[in-house]
Write a protein that binds this ligand. Structure first.
Ligand SMILES: [Zn+2]
Length: 111
């Protein structure tokens, strides 16, 4: 019987960059809006949209890199998503070698 463990590196691998993307883009967005508000309103809106698109793209890339190519925190093996019919929305990954089900704490729809 596999044991369940919380992935100790997940916050660092996923949540930290996630926060970075959010903070970085809102910071940039505010600078752009602040700088363009008075004279270049249109340019400000365009740049703001560009930042928004860049943010969404980086989130998708991050999501794909961390969850689509998940690595076992213990042995670094590439793990497929573990499907548990009882917990369909949970992101779980089972490592056969370590006999561990890694819990990311993330649920589908969260991000
Ligand atoms: Zn492993």
């Amino acid at each position: 019987m596999a044991i369940e463990k919380d992935d100790p590196t997940f916050a660092e691998r996923f949540l930290a960059p996630l926060m970075g993307i959010f903070l970085g883009s809102s910071f940039l967005g505010m600078i752009v809006l602040g700088a363009c508000m008075e004279k270049h309103e249109r340019l400000g809106v365009v740049l703001f949209c560009v930042i928004l698109v860049a943010m969404i793209t980086s989130l998708a890339v991050l999501h794909h890199r961390v969850l689509g190519r998940y690595q076992c925190p213990q042995c670094q093996a590439r793990l497929p998503r573990h499907k548990d019919p009882a917990r369909k929305r949970d992101f779980l990954f089972y490592c056969q070698k370590c006999d561990v089900v890694w819990k990311t704490g993330l649920q589908e729809g969260d991000s």
